[in-house]
Design a protein around this ligand. Structure first.
Ligand code: FES
Ligand code: MG
Length: 572
């Protein structure tokens, strides 16, 4: 900390007279001695602990480790709760509340006497919401992820969240009975932590590490491993120095960091949700990033992490194999080596000494597990502003495919008809699900990987082309086109597709088209009846009125950018 630079918290605790009295006095009721307020960096521990977010339920314990590090470095830790988004319990989808949680985080950080922040993130949306909110304030900030669960074990087999989609089909075809399901549930989620595969939570943990926002190794240490606590303590220790060095989020989050993160996400077979969250984060910190930028960056990056759903293993195996630094080192020639990270070293300095301990789990560029890219961005008259597919989790034989559309107008229509014997569908059909986008659902749920119609499942069909304006769980897989933008509810061409239209997916050409002319599409759109408003009050109304489309990150228009950390007025 430069001698002449005052701590931000001194604006509260260093004040004379009535204001300083009020700011200090009420903190003292917690038994805090006078010297804690004198020239000590105050570190906020932004905690998404909640028993309704099972993936983050161990965070009070983790916060204690962070505090030890902060105290050790001569800072003063203060833990505060923010809205926590549990992926599994929240209806209609945790994504509806990502932007709300980010507002909570932003305002909580700015309004309080904090000099630096530690973000405790775990379950899917808790990472982007916290990073987005923190970016709009831009204090020295470090991320500590909660870590993945231990690998599930059932009847001698390793299992994880991606198996849910397989079990779903097995339940529908009668292969699995209810009693067995209860045993599987317990076996799958047998420890603290977030989903144990490369779903969205793990992809987000890898994202923060490759952006340079966490200490090296953060992504893969299991929640139950004592080294997770060590990392938390070291992060607490480090953030105090970041305050002294005035190393802010904007010093780390440069365009190069974003490009590194995109390449890494492709190499790990990361979640498609990564695209939306990264776009939103870029929007907050002011780095220009477009959906189409992702494709050339991801295109020549093969799969280096053999982790489900794109591969075979689990996050625990990735940790034992050396963790994300091994992947970063393997990608060395493709990365911006000089990108700065929170520990004050460049990303290359951090991965230099990484060693791979299991090449069946983490590969090198010359011997990848799959040369198919982890992400492709599609354009065409089905999705004027783009759509997303994860080729590494899709079927090779469907990468170029034309089929007749079988259209479901919304999720209820889909649920009512998908298993009906009357549904006219075969394995060459293209399933189309509308009105599951940001505004349409609202909240853009993870329903894009629609189940295969029962009558095709019975024939042994396990994959077909599916297209929607919604998202897919990071644990999902299949030939699934997502985030079609603009969404049906925003009047995109997607709203005009009807059953029987011929839809062509051509991944090598990055195109998604329907055999309709612009005139035909315009004509059909003119005849569409607008849907009923789905919210008349409260946050959801605000959300629907202001949420941007998926290709822009689905943030709210008025939340783009930041307002910095200054607050000029006092409270009394
Ligand atoms: Fe929380 Fe999967 S449900 S990470
Ligand atoms: Mg998810």
């Amino acid at each position: 900390m430069p001698e002449d630079k005052k701590l931000r918290s001194a604006e509260w605790f260093g004040r004379k007279g009535k204001d300083g009295f009020i700011y200090r006095a009420w903190m003292k009721n917690q038994g805090i001695p006078e010297y804690e307020f004198k020239n000590k960096p105050i570190i906020g521990i932004c905690n998404t602990w909640s028993e309704l977010t099972p993936c983050n339920a161990h965070f009070r314990d983790l916060a204690e480790s962070v505090k030890r590090g902060v105290l050790e470095a001569g800072g003063f830790p203060v833990e505060f709760p923010v809205m926590s988004l549990g992926e599994t319990l929240m209806k209609p989808t945790a994504m509806l509340y990502r932007n709300l949680a980010s507002m909570d985080v932003e305002e909580s950080i700015r309004a309080n006497p904090l000099d630096g922040v530690v973000l405790l993130c775990g379950c899917d949306k808790t990472t982007p919401s916290l990073v987005m909110g923190a970016c709009s304030v831009d204090l020295p900030t470090i991320v500590v992820s909660g870590g993945p669960m231990l690998t599930g074990r059932h009847r001698g087999a390793s299992i994880g969240t991606s198996d849910i989609w397989r079990y779903h089909d097995d339940i529908r075809s009668g292969k699995i009975m209810d009693e067995e399901l209860l045993t599987i549930e317990a076996a799958m989620c047998r420890s603290l932590g977030h989903c144990a595969v490369m779903g969205t939570a793990s992809s987000m943990a890898c994202m923060v590490e490759s952006l340079g926002l966490s200490l090296p190794g953060n992504a893969a240490i299991p929640a139950a491993d004592s080294r997770r606590k060590v990392l938390a303590q070291l992060s607490g220790l480090r953030v105090v120095d970041m305050v002294r060095e005035d190393m802010k989020l904007s010093d780390i989050l440069k365009r190069e960091a974003f490009e590194n993160a995109i390449r890494v996400n492709s190499a790990i077979g990361g979640s498609t949700n990564f695209v939306i969250h990264l776009l939103a984060i870029a929007g907050r910190i002011g780095v220009p990033l477009k959906l189409l930028d992702f494709d050339p960056l991801a295109a020549n990056v093969p799969l280096l992490a053999n982790i489900q759903p794109a591969g075979k293993y689990f996050m625990e195996d990735m940790f034992y194999a050396g963790g994300l630094p091994v992947v970063l080192k393997a990608l060395d020639s493709l990365l911006h080596r000089d990108a700065m990270t929170v520990n004050g070293k460049t990303i290359a300095e951090n991965y230099e000494k990484a060693e791979c301990y299991n090449d069946d789990v983490l590969a090198t560029l010359d011997k990848p597990f799959n040369s198919v890219p982890g992400l492709a961005i599609l354009s065409g008259n089905v999705c004027e502003a783009g759509a997303v597919i994860k080729p590494s989790a899709a079927s090779a034989h469907l990468m170029v495919h034309t089929g007749k559309a079988v259209v479901f107008e919304n999720i209820d229509d889909y649920k009512a008809r998908i298993d009906s014997d009357e549904l006219e569908v075969d394995e060459t059909s293209v399933l189309v699900l509308k009105n599951v986008g940001p505004k349409g659902y609202p909240g853009m749920p993870e329903v894009g990987n629609m189940g295969i119609p029962k009558k095709l499942l019975d024939k042994g069909i396990t994959d077909m082309v599916r297209i929607s304006d919604g998202r897919m769980s990071g644990t999902g897989f299949g030939t699934v086109v997502l985030h079609a933008s603009p969404e049906a509810a925003a009047g995109g061409n997607f709203s005009a597709i009807q059953t029987g239209d011929l839809v062509t997916l051509n991944v090598p050409n990055r195109s998604l088209t329907v055999n309709l002319t612009e005139t035909e599409l315009a004509e059909r759109k003119r005849n569409l009846k607008p849907g009923e408003p789905v919210a008349t009050r409260g946050y959801v109304k605000l959300y629907i009125e202001h949420v941007e489309q998926a290709h822009l990150g689905a943030d709210m228009d008025f939340l783009r950018g930041g307002s910095g950390s200054k607050v000029s007025k006092d409270s009394h």
